[in-house]
Design a protein around this ligand. Sequence first.
Ligand code: 13P
Ligand code: SF4
Length: 335
Amino acid sequence: MQTTITAAKSKLKQKGYLDMHISPTLDLLEEIQLLKTQKNAVILAHYYQDSEIQDVADYIGDSLQLSQQAAKTKADMIVFAGVHFMAETAKMLSPQKKVLLPDLKAGCSLADSAPAPLFRKFKEKHPNHVVVSYVNCTAELKTLTDICCTSSNAEAIIRSIPADKEIIFAPDKNLGAYLIKQTGRKMVLWNGACMVHEIFSNEKITKLMVRHPQAKLIAHPECEAPLLEKAHYIGSTSGLLKFTQTDAAKEFIVATEPGILHQMQKASPHKLFIPAPPTNNCACNECPHMRLNTLEKLYLCLKYELPEITLSERVIREGRVCIDKMLDISAKIGL
Ligand code: 13P
Ligand code: SF4
């Protein structure tokens, strides 16, 4: 990814983008709307983005919903307000479109934990296994994958694999362990984790639960097992959002990236949402990669059509097979 960033930086420098001063009097929301119409662009935003980015987006969603949107959009340009692997997935699904990411450095610790050359060797040790990879992985890793999954369809994807087939699950060991528990399937796990979800403090959450006895603890399956064992509900970001809308509880302790609280609060203004605290001294646990995107960078990215996601024809051809399989299985079960 480093060479792509360097090349993109020099292009940005040539265009004066890096030295760009945005006047504080510029109405960024209006400018973004204008540019979007002029360029027939669509903004896809993940729930972990800053609230002002969510508010300007055309679609907000979890990883599955955003890849479904990327596959079917009629726009000429996709601005992906999310992280690098998400924009790569959009590019693989819509290779003829221009796909932009406001900050190319918006990576992902989970995707980085599984470099393709190491994974290839790991895979060679388990030659008869079906490889299921969480969508939070690089495009190159997807070329080594049989079926992709997201947190909202992972259980269904594992259940769709014949019982006599052995499975490698990568790169998230926590989601993998959760899936083993849910499905009873034996799986070989890659040893990766998300830096946001693995540092929630069990101790501080227990204290919060004592202080808020009516609150329900809801958690993303990227969290570690001892936290998931305590949770009243476990699900993808969209699953967590839906649960807070339909459940009778009035208070929730939310163990995932706190960007999702914006939509939770909007949908249920009278309910209380408490972000689960991490083990460090911060009060919340924002993803440092997701939060690299800002409204200013979104504006510049639309204006200059940079930084652009580019992938080789081989990676697009080989990498999208596992994503198409995932989308087919999801469509069949109505996800
Ligand atoms: P979902 O929105 O698909 O649950 O994914 C969460 C996540 O960690 C994205 O980086
Ligand atoms: Fe990656 Fe975790 Fe950030 Fe999601 S929240 S982008 S999995 S580091």
